[in-house]
Design a protein around this ligand. Sequence first.
Ligand code: MG
Length: 114
Amino acid sequence: MLETMKLVQAKKLGTQGFTRTLDFDLAKLVEEVGELAIEVQINQGRLPQSKGGEDGIVGEAVDVVNVALDIAFLAMAQTGDLTVEQMAETLRHISARKLARWEEKVSLLESSNN
Ligand SMILES: [Mg+2]
């Protein structure tokens, strides 16, 4: 799965060094969200195509996910010696819980519209 592949990559890079800190990755996340915002503005006709990159909305959304996963890795690596598989399972567990909450919200919206 994608999150496990990213966690393996993150583990290879380790948790030390200038580019391996939470605040550095947070800055990169903001940068990627900015790139995503530009692509959305291009899609909506508010910015010219020349302002965008080659990745488009989907590529920039993937960049956001990858940096966010790296932040999650660094946070989990701080707390102990979890294996990559345990980290991936933690992410899947939290994702399932949050998706269930979204499902409840969608159900409430659907029932209020009927
Ligand atoms: Mg990008």
